[in-house]
Write a protein that binds this ligand. Structure first.
Ligand SMILES: Cc1cc2nc3c(=O)[nH]c(=O)nc-3n(C[C@H](O)[C@H](O)[C@H](O)COP(=O)(O)O)c2cc1C
Length: 170
């Protein structure tokens, strides 16, 4: 029961079919994120979801840098990924919050691929502007935005990956 084929099917497309994706359609992807491991089970990941037919879609899109907005505007839904980096109990910095948020998003991506959808994340957005718009509390950081949708695009031939021998010492 390997998940590798589902993982390898994933890529970051630059074109989408302009079909709205409802929350219900990808709820299982958020559920996959929910089951991620985290330091002290702090579960620091938070998400803001906007389908393309919702009022929030255009507003969230406006924070993407122009080059990203160009292809992202056709996606079915946008998800903003947040990390809560201050531990609610101790008031101290949760040193693994960003790492664990990435773990949760990794799981989410596998489920999105299993649903025959694709997702493309961006770091190219106005972090400060988005934080202000969302009125984020101190320590809540916008990590990435994600465009989700159906696409007819195929993964590019020869997508580069470093060989395992570079990544793993044994
Ligand atoms: C945190 C993060 C930030 C990214 N930022 C951007 C971005 O601003 N614009 C963009 O076109 N792609 C962005 N990407 C997509 C990567 O370029 C892409 O994942 C990488 O080239 C590997 O390609 P693949 O996802 O198709 O396998 C980002 C990916 C991640 C995980």
């Amino acid at each position: 029961m390997s998940a590798l084929a589902t993982i390898k099917k994933r890529f970051s497309p630059y074109s989408y079919e302009k079909v709205s994706i409802s929350f219900d359609k990808i709820e299982s992807a958020f559920e996959a994120a929910r089951w991620a491991p985290s330091g002290y089970n702090s579960q620091p990941w938070r998400f803001i979801f906007a389908s393309r037919d919702s009022a929030n879609f255009e507003k969230l899109l406006s924070f993407a840098v122009a080059a990203n907005r160009e292809w992202m505007q056709d996606c079915g839904a946008i998800v903003v990924i947040l990390a809560t980096t201050i531990n609610g109990h101790t008031g101290k910095k949760d040193a693994s919050a960003e790492y664990c948020t990435g773990l949760a998003v990794g799981q989410m991506l596998v489920e999105i691929s299993a649903l025959d959808l694709q997702a493309h994340q961006i770091g190219g957005f106005d972090h400060e502007g988005l934080s202000k718009h969302l009125e984020l509390s101190d320590g809540v950081l916008p990590m990435a935005m994600m465009a989700i949708g159906s696409t007819t695009e195929q993964a590019k031939e020869g997508r580069e990956r470093k060989p395992l021998s570079t990544l793993v010492s044994r």
